[in-house]
Ligand binder design. Structure first.
Ligand code: ATP
Length: 598
């Protein structure tokens, strides 16, 4: 397959500001791709070579990429660097440099997708001494045969700057349309994706073996499963009602979610975002090997603890483990407890379709924990009245938990889905919204006064899965320290794009636009109707959307979340409705009080 075919589509994808056009472009590309190449084209479109959980990074530094560009174009390094500064984009710099190529290469071989992919694979595999020169040689080898536009995307991919911004769900839609002619079948593809976390694998299976083969895809050890997620409510009564009057209440710990895969003494740990974080938790691995004797996939929450008092510590303490070196010290200084809350696979058998009670019983049977082990099954109580649920929540909060996770006794494990089979119940903050929101940065406004040269405010958006679009919900400018503002500047830089992203719906015109990637946590005083923001536009009142009042950054960048994991438009609508209900209740009770005094 000619590499220029996918370059044409990438160009069109980058230029469009229409979400539906993005899907059409992908469908056309998939249809024109030879079937045995489908997975590779899908990975390349995502700017990767393999599924994300394998952690294979091309990770070429700008400097090295520019050096290769200088060699291939025949321009000197200074000139190439100037082009980079002038265009502000490494891909554009490559296109320009290659179009000014001094010596014209007479016998160019046309680049194929196969060749580009296999060369990139070689680059990713090179490690250690001497690898730098070899990498440059490989890059030059591609650039020498590349047309300027082809070079643009080679440089974008190797420096991890391909910003096509396609969501996994858009690709699933496109796969359904391209290979089954019907969007209806997306559900079947989505199930397979949720069990494998590998879009390339799903694409290859549907393209080569058809829909029945996709249906037959099963969970496998060491291939992460997309996590089941919870909805929120603000009262025990509401939670109980949703659960049909009887449910499980588990402690909700504030730590890091771990998905642990164990085969004999071989253990791998995946994060909430399904990155391989095995190296962060040698202590958890030893403990798991000691107390679980069979092959399993289990999930749990790791929490930092004070070893003297056994109290839980805030989740930030776990961040000390996110390091390459010195993990032994971090383990000693910041010990953890690991509370398991689910089991998805035992000895070759999937458990996800079993009801919660069954899985919980199996989990309890699996863990042979001694009193000094850091592993245990999370505390749980079956409740059938709101008072017991509340009492249990206060007990949990007193012990340092965030609140409770309420679980439907009959529900299977719904991989990759957020629903009311799990409900989070946290302490209610009277003066503020009951919970924080995780929102995506889609734009920014230049700072003034003390903030000149940095961003003064960020434009934040919520996510709507149905149309795969981000809708703005507030501008946030408070809660940032000076250092954080600096950090945001450099953190957002790689995601800067020239126009509003095709998947962003905004009435405000930001000074700078970003690809929706970075998620931050904010707290606000309330949700109000607003004609300026597009979140839930017309859903509550004609001509109005919903916006956050007095939003404030909590200091937490949610790097464990992808943009599509952000608080959804539906969640914001239900938070708004709950807030109305609470306000009415408060008003009614104040009126009663006033009445009784009068
Ligand atoms: P979410 O993961 O739902 O998108 P979030 O990351 O903001 O949201 P929360 O809203 O606080 O987290 O709640 C869900 C998370 O709670 C889970 O992903 C898991 O890490 C954690 N958790 C703690 N205790 C439990 C438990 N007993 N059962 C399930 N999850 C738990």
């Amino acid at each position: 397959m000619d590499y220029s075919t996918i370059v044409d589509v990438f160009d069109a994808m980058e230029a469009t500001t229409k979400r539906t056009e993005l899907t059409d472009l992908i469908v056309r590309l998939l249809k024109s791709t030879p079937r045995e190449l489908i997975d590779k084209v899908v990975y390349l479109m995502l700017g990767r070579l393999r599924p994300e959980y394998e952690g294979i990074e091309l990770g070429i530094a700008d400097k090295m990429a520019l050096r290769a560009l200088a060699i291939s174009s025949g321009l000197d390094m200074k000139r190439v660097e100037e082009l980079y500064v002038k265009t502000g984009d490494i891909g554009d710099a490559a296109e320009e440099a290659l179009s000014r190529r001094l010596q014209s290469v007479l016998f160019k071989d046309k680049l194929t997708v196969e060749r580009v992919y296999s060369t990139l694979e070689k680059i990713a595999m090179l490690k250690g001494e001497g690898s730098q020169d070899a990498k440059i040689r490989y890059i030059c080898n591609l650039l020498n045969d590349a047309e300027p536009r082809e070079g643009k995307y080679i440089l974008k991919i190797i420096t991890s700057r391909l910003r096509l911004g396609v969501a996994d769900y858009t690709i699933l839609d496109a796969l359904a349309l391209a290979f089954t002619e019907s969007k209806e079948n997306r559900e079947i593809l989505e199930r397979a994706y949720n069990l494998t976390s590998d879009l390339g694998l799903v694409a290859r299976t549907i393209a080569l073996d058809g829909l029945d083969a996709v249906k037959a895809i099963r969970i496998e050890l060491f291939r992460p499963i997309r996590p089941m997620l919870a909805e929120r409510v603000s009262s025990a009564e509401e939670a109980l009602e949703r659960m049909g009057g009887r449910c499980a209440a588990e402690y909700k710990l504030d730590g890091e979610r771990l998905q642990i895969h164990k085969h004999g003494n071989n253990v791998k740990i995946f994060s909430r975002r399904l990155e391989d974080i095995t190296s962060h938790y040698p202590d958890a691995i030893n403990a798991i090997i000691t107390c679980i004797k069979v092959d399993v996939i289990v999930e749990g929450e790791a929490v930092a603890i004070n070893q003297d008092t056994q109290e839980y510590l805030p989740f930030q303490e776990l961040m000390h483990r996110r390091r390459k070196y010195g993990i032994e010290e971090a383990m000693r200084e910041y010990p953890i407890a690991l509370h398991l809350f689910d089991t998805l696979y035992i000895n070759g058998n999937e458990c996800i379709d079993l009801p919660y009670v069954e899985r919980r019983r199996m989990l309890e049977g699996l863990v042979k924990s001694s009193s000094d082990s850091i592993v245990s099954v999370v505390p749980m109580l079956i409740v059938s009245d709101a008072k017991s649920m509340e009492d249990y929540m206060f007990k949990a909060i007193n012990e340092g938990c965030e609140g409770l996770m309420i679980k439907d006794l009959k529900s299977p494990y719904r991989a990759g889905a957020r629903g009311y089979a799990w409900i989070k119940l946290k302490r209610e903050y009277r003066s503020e919204l009951a919970d924080t929101l995780d929102l995506v940065i889609v734009g920014a406004f230049h700072g003034r006064g003390r903030r000149v040269g940095r961003y003064g405010a960020l434009l934040l958006a919520s996510y709507n899965r149905e149309d795969d679009t981000f809708y703005t919900v507030c501008k946030v400018g408070t809660g940032f320290t000076d250092e954080e503002l600096e950090r945001f500047y450099s953190m957002l830089n790689p995601y800067m794009i020239k126009h509003r992203h095709a998947r962003v719906n905004s009435k405000l015109d930001a000074d700078v636009w970003f690809e929706p990637r970075i998620v931050i946590e904010v707290i606000a005083s309330e949700i109000t109707l607003s004609p300026l923001h597009t979140c839930a536009m017309n859903a509550i009142r004609e001509g109005n959307g919903l916006a956050l009042r007095f939003p404030k950054f909590t200091g937490r960048v949610r790097d464990d979340k992808s943009a599509e994991d952000a608080t959804s438009v539906d969640e914001i609508i239900s938070m708004y409705r709950r807030q109305l209900k609470v306000t009415r209740q408060v008003q009614a009770s104040t009126e009663e009080d006033v009445g009784s005094v009068g």
